[in-house]
Design a protein around this ligand. Structure first.
Ligand code: HEC
Length: 231
């Protein structure tokens, strides 16, 4: 009886080790023979996609950073974020009324349209993604090349995308000619809100900016574009 048990245990152990070795060999064969097709024209298998998406979401949620509350978002920050977004993100992620570049359709995974996808993420999570990037996707890390203030302005802008009209999107940032382009990095972050709110924000869209102003509450340096700047 005891002998039989010993034999069984030995058999099980050998079986387990043999299975592990076999799996390792299969893995190495796939790696070395080039059997796996890395072409971006091939869709991922749904299980790969699921595993990747879940890993990515959990990983980001676990590491997300604190960002200042929405009240501290100023029009200057938004305008600066808009310029950055249009220069560095729009070609992959599009925007309200703006399509991503045709070539970005050829990416696997494809960059999501952030006007919708941004609502899945909290600002702290967006900040983490933009700062650190996402491995194996083509989503770059902007942390090594952009300071925190610039990153926060991008996040403030991205967080507003789902509620943004195409008109407001087009008016914000470098295209508005309000000098927002020169404010990269949010250097004038303090106190320049009124200037931008009244020049950039008002263009062709009287409802959008006002609605967003209400949304954020009366921030210290924020003035709704409909009001004359106090001077
Ligand atoms: C070269 C193309 C490219 C550029 C440029 C780029 N991204 Fe991405 N981005 C991606 C890809 C690809 C993903 C991953 C999609 C996935 O995992 O399904 C992604 C994911 C994201 C996500 C997570 C969205 C989600 O639901 O999966 C956010 C947020 C994001 N990017 C923001 C930005 C911002 C902000 C910028 C500019 C500062 C930017 N990206 C620039 C390609 C790009």
């Amino acid at each position: 009886m005891d002998k039989n048990r010993k034999k069984l245990a030995l058999g099980l152990a050998v079986g387990c080790i043999a299975t592990l070795v076999l799996l390792g060999l299969i893995g190495l064969t796939v790696v070395y023979t080039g059997a796996y097709n890395v072409a971006a024209t091939e869709q991922h298998m749904s299980i790969t996609r699921w595993a990747f998406d879940t890993t990515m979401h959990r990983s980001v949620r676990r590491r997300a950073e604190e960002v200042p509350r929405a009240e501290s978002v100023t029009p200057a920050m938004l305008a600066s974020g808009a310029s950055q977004y249009k220069a560095s993100c729009q070609h992959c992620h599009g925007g309200p009324g703006a399509k991503r570049e045709k070539w970005a359709d050829g990416m696997r995974p494809q960059p999501p349209h952030l006007a919708e996808a941004a609502s899945d993420w909290k600002p702290g999570e967006i900040l983490w993604i933009v700062k650190h990037g996402i491995k194996m996707t083509g989503m770059p890390a902007f942390g090594p090349t952009h300071d925190d203030e610039t990153l926060r302005s991008i996040v403030a802008f991205v967080a507003e995308l789902p509620a943004m009209t195409p008109e407001r999107y087009a008016a914000l940032g470098s295209d508005s000619g309000s000098g927002a382009g020169g404010q990269k990095g949010g250097a004038n972050h303090h106190g320049s809100g009124g200037q931008l709110g009244s020049s950039g924000g008002q263009k062709g869209d009287s409802t959008g900016p006002a609605a967003s102003g209400d949304h954020h509450g009366p921030g210290a340096s924020q003035q709704p574009p409909s009001e004359t700047p106090k001077q």
